[in-house]
Design a protein around this ligand. Structure first.
Ligand code: LER
Ligand code: MN
Length: 269
């Protein structure tokens, strides 16, 4: 199984949910030495990465970038596709568009997590669904032109009130003619929203483009009460071929969290 660690550049907010907020020149060699196969870049703006320098660094460290994640466009950029304000929505799409170009350059997918936004305070469920589906249609076209694809992450109800479970995400995509968009379950959110983590991952395997791992408390796998031996056995049983991103809090400290996560997961994969 291929594992990536989520990383942001210096200055990112704690809401980026990453282990390292460091210059990539510092973070990537550490991650490679620990035994990760890749790095998921949690970005706010395309100006945060120098593509040529990053490609050089990836070649040197042997790491790949499977996914560019975009939660910061919501958490730090204060905008979403659900917004009732057309200017805010346009800003969300413009920032996301820049990150699509980064993902395209790196051969990575791009995630839509919190940036889709919430129903409250933006209107009715129906209005929000139309806005988010419209944005995904426009950005999906741009992603295709840039050689990348969007993946949609169900996120738990305490962060976002729209598309919380895998079932809701799959139904939303089908209803809106967007079924070519894959989902990216996060086991931290599934533990809150889905009837079964292992059952959901096996059921939706053909629709899954990427998976986030964190333990029940969002600490490193092994520091909470999720059973990663069972989760990994379930996705192995259905021959999961895509990447897993380790999206955890930097506790007790970044180096320990990163090292303990991969040590625990490699026991099973
Ligand atoms: C947020 O909780 C999360 O899991 C991110 O991957 C999405 O923004
Ligand atoms: Mn996640």
């Amino acid at each position: 199984m291929r594992f990536a660690l989520t990383v942001a550049t210096p200055g990112a907010l704690p809401s980026a949910f990453v282990v390292y907020r460091l210059p990539l020149l510092e973070a990537l060699p550490k991650i490679a030495a620990m035994g990760y196969d890749g790095v998921e870049l949690a970005l706010l703006d395309r100006s945060q990465v120098d593509i040529a320098q990053l490609k050089h660094l990836l070649a040197e460290t042997g790491l790949s970038v499977p996914v560019v994640s975009t939660g910061q466009v919501f958490a730090a950029g204060n905008c979403s596709f659900a917004s009732a304000d057309p200017q805010i929505r346009a800003k969300a799409e413009a920032m996301f568009s820049g990150l699509i170009e980064v993902a395209g350059e790196l051969g990575a997918r791009i995630n839509v997590g919190r940036v889709r936004g919430s129903i409250v305070p933006n209107g009715s469920r129906g209005e929000v669904e139309v806005r988010v589906a419209d944005s995904l249609r426009r950005l999906g076209d741009k992603a295709k032109q840039s050689g990348t694809s969007i993946i949609l992450e169900p996120v738990n109800r305490y962060e976002i009130d729209f598309l919380n479970s895998c079932q809701e995400a799959v139904d939303f995509l089908a209803r809106n003619g967007l079924a070519e968009i894959k989902i990216m379950p996060d086991v931290f959110h599934m533990n809150i929203e889905d009837p079964s983590i292992e059952g959901g991952l096996m059921r939706w395997i053909d629709r899954i483009g990427y998976i986030h791992f964190a333990d029940s408390n969002r600490h490193f796998p092994g520091d909470g009460h999720l059973d990663f031996s069972k989760i990994i056995a379930a996705i192995n049983a259905v021959a999961y071929k895509e990447w897993v991103g380790v999206e955890i809090l930097p506790y007790p400290d970044p180096d320990t969290a990163a090292r303990e996560a991969i040590r625990h997961l490699r026991r099973f994969a």
